[in-house]
Design a protein around this ligand. Structure first.
Ligand SMILES: Cc1ncc(COP(=O)(O)O)c(C=O)c1O
Length: 414
């Protein structure tokens, strides 16, 4: 009997793309039970930015377990939560002049988004939400409804009080006019309470919004009393170079949703950063059993202290991002007939080949070369690269060479 075929739900997905049984992992590589080693440019959909089994963080986790420290704590005070909060303040909030409090939520990115939407509604009294084409915010009913994802994986969930504006790469007057008119409108009788945006879209195809448009969102929302929620679940925690992907813009969000790589070790953890004067929750108003993952607090604090006390990681990510872009540009010129588009920033990059089958063929050909990459974007036409931020340049070059071969193979078979 094959337990996966017999016992696991038909909804299983990534295992169909990468039909190996994985066993161990180290840094940027992952090994299957037959001993085949793969380069991982998927990195847990962005949850493993600090690599598989990061040795510094593994030590922290082992020490935590050996010492019998608290594992589960709801939101009671613990030594590890205190250390985590202090690290967040010292390495993330204070250097960016963000006067925000930390709201720990249940373990997933979707929970953080749910909490952000509820808080925005509580503050403004307005239910309706503005989002963007190509965005992805999760799989609960409400987060799926505001995920204007255009991929085949979109759900049938649908809330009436939501409108998706187009993605904006280079802002024009008419984009601003549409934004303005939408923010002033009502949807299904409801006024707009929040704009939710991934400043760099992940599932939408590694697409950064025009920073000038992000500034316009901030200005209009401040004028109209609408909250700005930045969903940094995928692009945050250093993925695009800076800790948050909005940092080069004036978006200045009211709520920031953080998850995926925040534990550093791939442990379930999610939180919202909330502008202090908007922290109007009543005690216990938003709850969740798994808000206090102390193992994750411990590894997260060490991750922040190790990688965010200076700018080395940030600079390294920018440097590696340039390597990736250069390689993708080269593939684009060599194989693309000028219809390939390179997108992204830092180590959230994509090659949009404009064709669903071709993108899938490239990912498959990459897998046969022991390179793991996924596809995303409108119609799943983008090959997305999310290598760990801590990858060394040799491994990155190796992975890019394998991808180049995969693109060559898939395009020649067209
Ligand atoms: C931008 C963004 N927001 C939210 C989510 C949902 O996170 P989770 O899968 O942990 O619920 C994701 C997941 O890919 C994401 O990319």
């Amino acid at each position: 009997m094959n337990p996966f075929e017999e016992l696991e739900s038909n909804v299983r997905y990534y295992c169909r793309r990468w039909p190996a049984v994985f066993s161990t992992a180290n840094g940027s590589t992952i090994v299957d039970e037959d001993g085949n080693e793969y380069l991982d440019f998927f990195a847990g959909a962005g949850a493993l930015s600090y690599g598989h089994n990061n040795p510094v963080l593994v030590e922290v986790a082992i020490e935590h377990l050996r010492a019998g420290k608290i594992l589960h704590s709801l939101d009671t005070f613990t030594v590890e939560k205190r250390r985590f909060l202090e690290s967040m303040q010292r390495h993330v909030l204070a250097p960016r002049h963000l006067d925000m409090v930390v709201q720990t939520v249940g373990p997933t990115g979707a929970t953080a988004v749910e909490a952000a939407l509820q808080l925005a509604q509580r503050i403004t009294g307005n239910r309706a939400v503005v989002g963007f084409a190509g965005s992805y915010h999760g799989m609960t009913y409400r987060t799926a409804s505001i995920s204007a994802s255009m991929s085949g994986r979109a759900t049938s969930a649908h809330l009436k009080e939501f409108v998706a504006l187009p993605f904006v790469e280079n802002v024009t007057e008419s984009d601003i006019e549409l934004l303005d008119a939408t923010l002033r409108s009502t949807i299904d009788g409801q006024r707009i309470g929040a704009v939710i945006i991934e400043p760099t879209q992940g599932e939408g195809g590694a697409r950064p919004f025009d920073p000038a448009y992000l500034r316009a969102i901030r200005e209009r929302c401040s004028e109209l009393g609408v909250l700005v929620i930045a969903d940094e679940v995928q692009a945050g925690v250093g993925r695009t170079g800076s800790f948050f992907s909005f940092e080069s813009s004036a978006l200045d969000p009211d709520i920031i949703c953080v998850s995926k790589s925040i534990s550093g070790l791939g442990l379930p953890m999610a939180l919202n950063l909330v502008r202090r004067n908007f922290d109007t929750w009543a005690p216990g108003e938003f709850s969740g059993t798994f808000r206090g993952n102390n193992l994750a607090f411990a590894t997260s604090a060490t991750m922040l202290e190790t990688y965010w006390a200076d700018s080395n990681l940030e600079k390294g990510t920018e440097q590696r991002g340039l390597m990736v872009r250069a390689a993708l540009e080269e593939m684009s010129v060599q194989f693309g007939d000028s219809d390939f588009v390179v997108r992204g920033n830092g180590l959230l990059c994509g090659l949009d080949v404009g064709d669903t089958k071709l993108a899938a063929d490239i990912a498959e050909a990459a897998f046969t070369r022991k390179l793991i990459v996924e596809t995303c974007g409108a119609g799943d036409t983008t090959v997305k690269l999310l290598p760990p931020l801590v990858i060394d340049e040799e491994q990155l070059a190796d992975g890019l060479a394998r991808l180049g071969e995969a693109v060559a193979q898939a395009t020649s078979a067209r």
